[in-house]
Write a protein of this length. Structure first.
Length: 286
């Protein structure tokens, strides 16, 4: 599909011409069109990922592939509000590392082109580039938790690529990036709690585009990802981490107490997570 397919298009190019703060090339950002039956909301997964049903008119639409702003020339990427706010002192380094950044991304998916309408391939690489480029941002931008969100989104997009094109190791890449998400979520929460990195630089924790599950959602995901993708090589360490996760979930969501003020879907998933962790811990005791 190209941008001139007016009747069936799902995205458009912004009228405003943007200038990359790194290489100064000009481009137009691709935006998702909403309405008209393009997005048909489906289930919410335990990873807080909103699934969408294919539209009879537009087919599959993936909102996540449009969430990163990417310069098509130097492949610098960030979420929209941060893209133009990169500190001046980092710009030279980012430009110097352009070739490395592009080569690293092309090792994952070598067929992407950010001058054409995005599909799942560009979407996955755009999220990878967000992970990569937040290495350049200082602590007041809350880069670590943003890397966690981007890692989880990358994993979801590789899930979808595996579903559509099995046999290309996309399932392996999905798990790899979800393990990265576990690392970044745990690290981001640790840095916040130890005062090394404030979370004030993030307004929307997502992790998907349909709802902001805030800090509670980040704590829930840290526990969930630990259960699903945490290492099993050291059973004692796993028990310790799952026990910590269980206590966090119980404390944050007030399980066993009144939870009237907690968001419904998140509370339901938290209860299920608590029960699943508890079951594994009890089996380990046996």
């Amino acid at each position: 599909m190209n941008f001139d397919d007016r009747e069936l298009k799902v995205s458009f190019l912004s009228k405003e011409e943007l200038q990359c703060p790194i290489c100064e090339s000009s481009f137009h950002r691709e935006e998702l069109l909403s309405g008209g039956g393009r997005l048909i909301a489906g289930d919410l997964t335990d990873e807080l990922h909103r699934l969408y049903e294919p539209s009879a008119k537009y087919g599959d639409v993936y909102p996540l592939i449009y969430t990163a702003t990417v310069c098509p020339e130097c492949w610098f990427a960030a979420i929209d509000k941060d893209f133009f706010n990169i500190p001046e002192k980092m710009k030279e380094k980012i430009l110097e590392e352009k070739e490395d950044r592009v080569k690293e991304a092309e090792k994952i998916l070598p067929w992407v082109d950010f001058t054409r309408p995005r599909d799942l391939l560009e979407g996955a690489v755009s999220q990878y580039l967000v992970i990569r480029c937040y290495e350049y941002f200082p602590a007041d931008f809350s880069p670590t938790i943003k890397q966690g969100i981007a890692s989880l989104r990358t994993g979801w997009l590789f899930d979808k690529l595996h579903e559509k094109y099995p046999g290309n190791n996309y399932d392996w890449l999905a798990i790899l990036f979800k393990k990265k998400a576990l690392f970044f979520y745990r690290e981001g929460i640790f840095k916040e709690q130890s005062g090394k990195e404030s979370l004030s630089g993030i307004k929307n924790f997502g992790p998907d585009t349909d709802k902001n599950y805030a800090y509670e959602g980040a704590l829930y995901l840290s526990a969930l990802l630990q259960l699903k993708y945490g290492s099993r090589s050291d059973s004692e360490k796993r028990v310790q981490l799952l026990s910590e996760a269980k206590r966090t979930i119980a404390k944050i969501f007030g399980l066993g107490k009144s939870s009237k003020n907690k968001p419904g879907p998140l509370l339901e998933h938290a209860r299920n997570l608590y029960d699943t962790i508890n079951k594994e811990l009890n089996e380990t005791d046996d």
